[in-house]
Design a protein around this ligand. Structure first.
Ligand code: PRP
Ligand code: URA
Length: 209
């Protein structure tokens, strides 16, 4: 079973409280999504493999460490996942970016796919699928399945807020995928929105409501 990591770092939790507030304006909301994504990325990449190299400093030769192993790809689920990408690429400039377009059917809450474009060499990369919200889990499960169809072996899911129902559904459908979240909230409401959550992440990032 994939591990669930709830990132309780004080900076993440403080910024998450600001993000939840319904009075937080669009500009600040967008900035907070970026800041939280960077902090979560820092934690979620903690166990990346490293190798030792030698570097000549102005003083002597130092034994130093650099990232080793597979390169990364970041795959946001459109739309809201896009709000997490820039901050992550700032930390990992060699990462390539794939996009998966999914929206939830308002009646059935099932994900509907409308776009998919992956880097050519995605099968050789470790993939981070990112989306601020994991509600029923339908979108994340579909996104992970699409990425697996490209032959990707190592997938990590990163969401800011999750519902317990979504976590359980993803772990059941894709037990090999590790999940990083800043919070597992109480429940879903009758519209499959996360309670207490933060409302509609896409609308709040892009100011569409
Ligand atoms: C939201 C969110 C996730 C999805 C989560 O996207 O960004 O992608 O819902 O819900 P689920 O776990 O029940 O699938 P939405 O479908 O509202 O699309 P948007 O990002 O374009 O607003
Ligand atoms: N998508 C959102 O943006 N928010 C929720 O609470 C659930 C799905």
């Amino acid at each position: 079973m994939g591990n669930l990591h709830v990132l309780d770092h004080p900076l993440i939790q403080h910024k998450l409280s600001l993000l939840r507030n319904k009075n937080t304006p669009v500009k600040e909301f967008r900035e907070l999504v970026g800041e939280i994504s960077a902090l979560m990325c820092y934690e979620a990449t903690r166990n990346l493999p490293m190798k030792e190299i030698e570097v000549e400093t102005p003083v002597a030769v130092a034994k130093a460490k650099v990232l080793a192993g597979k390169k990364l790809a970041i795959v946001p689920i459109l739309r809201a996942g896009v709000g997490m990408v820039d901050a992550m690429v700032d930390l990992i400039p060699s990462a390539k970016i794939g996009h998966i377009g999914l929206f939830r059917d308002p009646e059935t809450h099932e994900p509907v796919k409308y776009y998919c474009k992956m880097p050519n060499d995605v099968a050789e990369r470790n993939v981070f699928i990112v989306d601020p919200m994991l509600a029923t889990g339908g979108s994340a499960i579909a996104a992970i399945s699409f990425v697996k169809e490209y032959g990707v072996k190592n997938i990590t899911l990163m969401d800011i807020i999750a519902a317990p129902e979504g976590v359980e559904a993803v772990r059941k459908a894709h037990p090999d995928v590790d999940i990083f979240v800043a919070s597992v909230d109480e429940k879903l409401n009758e519209h499959a929105y996360i309670v207490p959550g933060l409302g509609d992440a896409g609308d709040r990032i892009f100011g569409t409501k």
